[in-house]
Design a protein around this ligand. Structure first.
Ligand code: MG
Length: 159
């Protein structure tokens, strides 16, 4: 048995916040605004994992109204979501993600993001793809007001 899930997330870019993507802090004059560390890539991956098993979304498990999750490390939340998947007898087949950002240039940081995710999920880096593109200066992402991420994940039932 296999199951597929997709995830999407967007966070605003603001001054005075860190830019964290896939657990990697990236040097930039703007960072992502959010209740947690606002790691938009990791949030999209979590929603894809939950979606694959019809388990709802991350807002259900980590509500932004709960002070417990203020400033949370999204990679730790990812580990919790991954455990839910494992507990139900499923393993990750592969993950494919796209980050849409006008700036900074993300390409040099993609291998570090992939390795960080692979380590946290304890799966081979080959099973994780993270790509980056721009929005050709169009809409909020193109105006550097936000960064968004899309993810598709395949889950396989443990034999
Ligand atoms: Mg989010």
């Amino acid at each position: 048995m296999i199951r597929i899930g997709n995830g999407y997330d967007l966070h605003r870019l603001v001054e005075g916040r860190k830019l964290i993507l896939g657990g990697i802090e990236i040097e930039h004059h703007l960072g992502l605004l959010g209740h947690s560390d606002a790691d938009v890539l990791t949030h999209a991956i979590m929603d894809a994992l939950l979606g694959a098993l019809s388990l709802g979304d991350i807002g259900h498990y980590f509500p932004p109204t709960d002070p417990k999750w203020a400033g949370a490390d999204s990679m730790e939340l990812l580990a919790q979501v991954h455990q839910l998947i494992l507990d139900r007898g499923w393993v990750i087949g592969n993950i494919d993600s796209v980050i849409v950002a006008e700036r900074p240039k993300l390409k040099p940081h993609l291998p570090a993001m992939i390795n960080s995710l692979a380590q946290k999920l304890n799966i081979p880096a080959d099973n994780i793809s993270v790509k980056a593109t721009t929005n050709e200066k169009l809409d909020s992402v193109g105006r550097e007001e936000a960064i968004c991420a899309y993810t598709v994940v395949l889950l396989c039932e443990k034999s």
